[in-house]
Ligand binder design. Structure first.
Ligand code: GAL
Length: 681
């Protein structure tokens, strides 16, 4: 596999994070000390300027960049590179006072007042114009700075604006989408129901909280529009950098699995992707391993946006977060492990929010590498420095990538449709939870599984799991058929193929759009169970699965029945089926079952597909990054007990010791990164 080290000039992995020296310009002693401490901690990169608009332009039209240049120069002289952010996430007070329409309007139609951040109207020409001026100045002044690695657009973008301008752009967007034909829209949104027909695009409003929230087609289209509009805004920023500094890549920082923006649309505009990770460490509802399995899912979700190259962990906390119900410290050793997890999943960086704690302001208690104490002799600082040395020890792995023969299909439209739709159980749909829970079963056995869209090219996959694919986009059914026809193994579940992209139910049987032929079944009824209800599924070999939440009643066509319901009026009816289609097979699981119970079926699919499964001790995570000649096996022990893991011979880059036995002991919260020659493909 070709290695694509993102920033060879920085020597491999990036280590550092958000640095906000704007607050300390009157404290040269602190700025000097920062650089000394950064070097001690093995920091080679900082992110500057995320919220610096007012520092760049303290008064409208008056600009000040000297302070930034001085800091970038000083950092670069000490071997520390810069990711430079555009400051669009935080408006200066003068901007909002002079041009109130740059602020966001809430779903009730009320405009926000000045304050906070992420408070922008994506459509506002004034906002776009003003940030464009700053961006051009940043690009022309710093674009050829030798310390500049990357442009970072805004901060964690997302959020809907309901202002009159956005409403107008929504109507224009709908006009384009429906060929300016209002009858096409009426048909697609089924507006004769409840007498909601429109006679003109001008009559359509966004789904204000006190307005039209009863047309499913409108609701999902509004979400798509919001993504389109945010991306349109992002393009106005990105265009400037592509034009003035084509040699510098561009990213933005995503959040975990945000509903607010279809990341796949935004990722198309970026050179590389990045995200901010803030798991609730050591919470009292799950083991640390379970928390970190969920975090691994988020890493892989982001990686899968551009699976051909590494991504960046743009933010994580070196110690505590702030603003969660409980803000527990990471136990000693856990920070190193969490950083290594990011690297194992394909990140080429470990970056923090933030370098030094702010003295006042909203996030004054959020963890930072340098605490209010101000010294380098804290536990947190030492642990961060250990990460710095660890990243240097494994730097040869930068640019390598995990490979994957399995995929989980997840779509934003589908989650919007399911979450907003009035169907099944309001409290039990749990689309995101279901996706993560299924993914985790593969993760537990060290099976690398990408998280991709229903439109993705599946030709490199052998096994695909598609949970609750309620909404089918145009082309999804054809994509899945092609995959199975060519020998792929596909598994879909209850709630598949009910509606099309406009939320219109398929006629002639679910799953629609021809998928009933692929699965060889038709789902005739969906039974929604109350929380205490249970059913079961019996298999010929005596296996029993427990059913909760949902059970579909199937009509079986060409499929082979593998399991049947144990009880109720659909007792003995098909619940798990398999249909041979072309060279492959399409499995259908008609009821909700704990993913752990479904493992027998997943295992059968993986075996048939020739994908290896690992036998990992409880609480141990595994990933493999593949380089040109070598592979890197990552083992992470998320428990407080030592764990013995079966390994292949190689060298542990963390210790520098050869691994000659086929069993390796990992200490509590211990890890190994074993380099070995890539096996012949
Ligand atoms: C992130 C955000 C940072 C900082 C951090 C800690 O979501 O991008 O600017 O606020 O959270 O709370």
């Amino acid at each position: 596999m070709e290695k694509r080290c993102l920033f060879p000039q920085a020597g491999g992995f990036l280590h550092g994070g958000d640095y906000n020296p704007d607050q300390w310009l009157d404290r040269p002693d602190i700025l000097k000390e920062d650089i000394r401490l950064m070097k001690l901690a093995g920091v080679n990169c900082v992110t500057l300027g995320v919220f610096s608009w007012v520092m760049y332009e303290p008064v409208e039209g008056q600009f000040s960049f000297d302070w930034l240049e001085e800091i970038m120069d000083r950092l670069y002289a000490e071997g520390i590179y810069t990711i430079l952010s555009t400051p669009s996430a935080a408006h200066p007070a003068w901007l909002d006072a002079a041009y109130p329409t740059v602020m966001m309007v809430k779903a009730n139609g009320e405009r926000n007042r000045h304050g906070g951040r992420g408070n922008s109207c994506w459509s506002s020409p004034k906002y776009r114009e003003k940030i464009g001026i700053i961006d051009r100045k940043l690009a022309s002044r710093f674009g050829s700075h030798p310390g500049l690695l990357l442009w970072h657009i805004s901060n964690e973008v997302g959020g809907e604006c309901f202002c009159p301008l956005c409403a107008e752009r929504f109507r224009e967007y709908l006009g384009r989408r429906f060929d300016q034909d209002i009858q096409k829209l009426n048909q697609a949104w089924w507006t004769p129901f409840w007498g909601h027909c429109y006679s003109d695009f001008a009559q359509i409003e966004p789904p204000y909280s006190n307005g039209e929230t009863s047309i499913p087609g409108l609701l999902v289209e509004w979400k798509r529009f919001t993504t389109w509009n945010i991306v349109d805004f992002l393009k106005t920023e990105i265009r400037i950098f592509k034009e003035l500094t084509p040699q510098i890549p561009v990213t933005l920082n995503f959040m975990s699995f945000s509903q607010k923006l279809d990341y796949r649309e935004a990722a198309k505009e970026l050179s590389l992707v990045s995200w901010d990770s803030y798991p609730a460490f050591h919470n009292d509802q799950e083991t640390l391993y379970e928390t970190m399995a969920k975090t691994a899912f988020h890493h892989v979700l982001i990686r899968s946006l551009k699976p051909e190259k590494p991504y960046l962990l743009m933010e994580c906390t070196p110690s505590v977060v702030h603003g969660m119900p409980y803000n527990k410290q990471k136990r000693p050793g856990v920070h190193r492990l969490a950083c290594l997890q990011a690297i194992a999943c394909g990140s080429d960086s470990v970056l923090y929010f933030q370098w030094r704690k702010n003295r006042g302001g909203h996030e004054q208690h959020h963890g930072a590498v340098v605490d209010h104490l101000g010294t380098g002799d804290t536990r947190i600082f030492r642990e961060v420095s250990e990460v710095g040395s660890m990243l240097r020890r494994i730097s040869e792995a930068a640019g390598s990538m995990p490979g994957s023969g399995a995929a989980l299909l997840v779509d934003w439209d589908n989650r919007w449709a399911l979450n907003e739709g009035r169907l099944a159980g309001e409290q039990t749909k749990n689309y995101e939870k279901t996706c993560i829970a299924l993914w985790k079963e593969f993760f537990r056995r060290g099976v690398e599984m990408n998280v991709v869209s229903t439109e993705a090219d599946l030709s490199g996959c052998r096994v695909v799991v598609a949970p609750m694919m309620y909404m089918l986009r145009p082309g999804t059914a054809a994509n899945l058929k092609r995959f199975v026809e060519n020998g792929g193994l596909l598994l879909a579940t209850y709630l598949t193929g009910y509606v099309d992209e406009h939320q219109l139910c398929y006629m002639g049987g679910f799953p629609g759009d021809g998928l009933s032929a692929l699965f060889g079944v038709i789902s005739e009824e969906l039974d929604t169970l109350y929380p205490s209800d249970r059913n079961g599924i019996r298999f010929a070999d005596g296996t029993h699965w427990e059913v909760y939440d949902y059970a579909e009643v199937l009509r079986v066509g060409s499929a082979e029945v593998l399991g049947v319901y144990a009880e109720d009026y659909y007792q003995d009816g098909a619940a798990v089926t398999c249909n041979t289609y072309g060279q492959g097979k399409a499995y259908y699981v008609a009821a909700r079952v704990a993913p752990a119970q479904m493992w027998t079926l997943f295992e059968r699919m993986l075996k048939e597909a020739g994908l290896p499964v690992k036998c990992l001790p409880e609480g141990v995570e595994y990933h493999q990054r593949r380089g040109e000649k070598d592979v890197y096996d990552f083992y992470l022990n998320w428990t407080t007990q030592a764990r013995d893991v079966p390994v292949a011979e190689g060298e542990d880059l963390l210790t520098g010791h050869p691994v000659t036995e086929n069993m390796l002991r990992l200490d509590p919260y211990g890890a190994a990164v074993i380099r070995r020659l890539a096996p012949e493909e």
